[in-house]
Design a protein around this ligand. Structure first.
Ligand code: PMT
Length: 390
């Protein structure tokens, strides 16, 4: 979502860069708009650097209609901190600077405010009346919290923490279409140990699987993310991550949770084979020219879930192919009892392992074909979720 973060002149303005960071991490695009007084507490350079976009703070500097173009660009306006002054201005319909003008122009779109001020000011009937007016227009308030205030006293007036504001944005932006559902996602590579320091692995980064988990959670689902070794982290209250190393560990975790799930999407690149034996020490050169490594087959997690699948469960596999792509994907779809298979061709530039983008064809059991252009893995994840849950 495209979010405009409005910052007004309170001490809590120093937390605005952290809020920008959290919103961007949650996948939003952010532009900042600040009052003149806000810039006494946080600098233009900081806000422009963290948001990656020019700061809007002067009604006349960059053309007189910037408030209109920013209103057209933004899908949500968050004001944090929101002083008594800005709350009063909006309630009274006053537009005398960049941010207040933008706020009045922003009607019809969601606005969230995080008030922050001295506790006596917050308790003042004028402020309470103004807050009630804004609420009656649909503006959502996050906080303020009770605690120690910058003026040295304790009371209600502290701005809600950036995490709480970001969570409120998430709640407001999430469609809760999948609320009450639980989905399993597998991600990343597996490592199959050869000895105490070596393994057989692959180039999967986990980006596709993590994007799928995030997209499901954004739609309100509880997600069980079973991930092979990857440096990626996910910070979403609805995503439970189980970290595993080998195909057999992934098999154990996935088969345990699948019966409790509405569906599963298996994007992990699982090793088909593992060394028959794993040495508990580092193998030494044995003097001969070559070395023979005996491999044995790993369990097929996807095929097992296909055999466990109950009425009403949706099972989605991936197929990473280099030739005869469609035919191979179609065969996997049928053989493993899937509802959908997401075909990844290694012949597509910018798709597959490691990169931030992907290009897929989603093939349905009903014969449907949904081909994506090259897009970010987040966008591909959104397309997959929409297709397999609609
Ligand atoms: O992690 P990234 O860097 O973002 O890269 C994403 C990706 C390229 C790994 C992903 O988009 C992808 O294509 N994943 C599937 C990779 C794969 O192993 O494909 P496959 O055709 O070998 O396997 C077919 C399906 O069976 C997959 O859903 C796989 O998870 C599953 N499988 C395979 C073997 C096995 N023993 N158990 C399985 O469950």
């Amino acid at each position: 979502m495209r979010i405009v973060l409005g910052i007004t002149g309170g001490i809590a303005a120093y937390k605005a860069p952290e809020l920008v960071r959290l919103l961007k991490k949650a996948g939003h695009e952010v532009r900042c708009a600040a009052t003149e007084h806000a810039l006494e507490f946080v600098t233009r350079v900081t806000l422009e650097t963290v948001s990656g976009a020019p700061l809007y703070s002067d009604l006349f500097a960059s053309g007189r209609t910037e408030h209109i173009s920013l209103k057209d660009w933004g899908e949500m306006l968050v004001v944090a901190p929101a002083t008594a002054n800005i709350i009063g201005k909006v309630a009274g319909g006053i537009a005398d600077d960049a941010l207040s003008t933008l706020l009045l122009a922003f009607s019809g779109k969601p606005v969230i405010m995080a008030p922050a001020m001295n506790c006596e000011m917050w308790a003042h009937p004028a402020v309470q009346r103004n807050v009630a007016t804004l609420k009656s227009w649909g503006i959502r308030m996050v906080g303020p919290e009770e605690g120690e205030l910058a003026c040295g006293v304790s009371g209600v007036g502290r701005m809600a923490e950036p995490e709480a504001i970001a969570a409120a944005v998430c709640t407001a932006t999430c469609s809760r279409r999948l609320q009450g559902q639980r989905w399993l996602v597998t991600a990343g590579p597996t490592y199959e140990r050869i000895d105490s320091v070596r393994f057989i692995g692959n180039y999967s980064s986990g980006k596709m699987g993590f994007a799928l988990a995030e997209a499901l959670a954004k739609e309100g689902a509880e997600v069980e993310l079973v991930s092979g070794p990857t440096a990626l982290k996910i910070d979403h209250p609805q995503v439970k991550v189980t970290r595993v190393e080998s195909a057999r560990e992934m098999y154990a975790a996935a088969t345990e949770v699948f019966p409790r799930c509405n569906g599963a999407i298996l994007s992990a690149a699982v090793a088909d084979y593992r060394p028959a034996e794993c040495a508990d020490h580092k193998l030494k050169k044995n003097g001969s020219e070559g070395m023979h490594l005996e491999l044995v087959q790993n369990p097929d997690i996807l095929a097992t879930l296909g055999s466990m699948k109950q009425e009403g469960q949706t099972l989605v596999g991936f197929a990473l192919e280099t030739d005869n792509e469609e035919a191979n994907a179609q065969r996997k779809l049928e053989k493993k009892n899937l509802d959908y298979i997401v075909l990844n061709s290694l012949r597509d530039k910018g798709a597959g392992f490691g990169v931030d983008t992907n290009k897929v064809t989603i093939i349905g059991r009903d014969g449907s074909h949904n081909e994506s252009p090259l897009m970010s893995k987040q966008e591909v994840a959104g397309l997959i979720i929409n297709t397999v849950t609609s």
